[in-house]
Unconditional design. Structure first.
Length: 191
């Protein structure tokens, strides 16, 4: 299979970059082809052998640091950044180019914007790995996933680890109980 892995528009910490590199490396070791797509201003560099990294022109990262004064500005910037990212992904997510597109560090915001974007109607499976859930996000994620329930190309997974877990039974959200994300990604892409 051929996978596109899309780095998000949020400014990363080092651990998240290593996770993308790990997933890409694992998929390559399993015999799959992988291309990574990153924001134009991304500093992502990979150690995985044979990994192609592409810059998405016109897509930029944003900083998530919020203060009382810039909270609304950050929210608007996040919304615009995700819409820009999804517009670019629509251009690359063609059935003859990729078998699946993976967003390994998605958040509830990704689902909210996706529920209003044309990307949800694509032909290529889109695998969203939701990271960093906190209790207030669990209810929102359930609501956003309900809006995407009939979209057969959208696959949502939540790693079941850390302090908070997603405990709500939602038909289109897969709980992942192990750290072998690459294996789960292949399964989600082919279901």
């Amino acid at each position: 299979m051929k996978f596109a892995i899309v780095e998000g528009t949020v400014i990363f910490n080092k651990e998240q970059k290593q996770e993308i590199d790990q997933i890409a490396g694992d998929l390559i070791n399993m015999g799959h082809e992988v291309e990574v797509f990153v924001a134009e201003d991304s500093k992502f560099c990979s150690t995985a052998n044979g990994l192609v990294v592409n810059k998405l022109s016109g897509v930029f990262s944003y900083n998530t640091e919020k203060t009382i004064l810039n909270s609304l500005f950050v929210s608007v910037k996040r919304e615009l950044a995700l819409r820009s990212l999804y517009n670019k992904v629509m251009q690359i997510a063609k059935p003859n180019r990729f078998d699946a597109v993976v967003f390994p560090e998605a958040t509830c915001s990704y689902m909210r914007v996706l529920s209003m974007h044309e990307l949800k109607r694509g032909q290529v499976p889109m695998v969203f790995i939701i990271q960093g859930l906190v209790p207030r996000d669990c209810k929102n994620l359930g609501s956003y996933s309900d809006r995407l329930l009939l979209k057969t190309n959208i696959r949502i997974a939540v790693p079941r680890s850390g302090k908070y877990g997603f405990e709500v039974a939602v038909p289109n959200i897969e709980l992942i109980y192990s750290r072998k994300l690459a294996e789960h990604i292949v399964t989600l892409a082919t279901d």
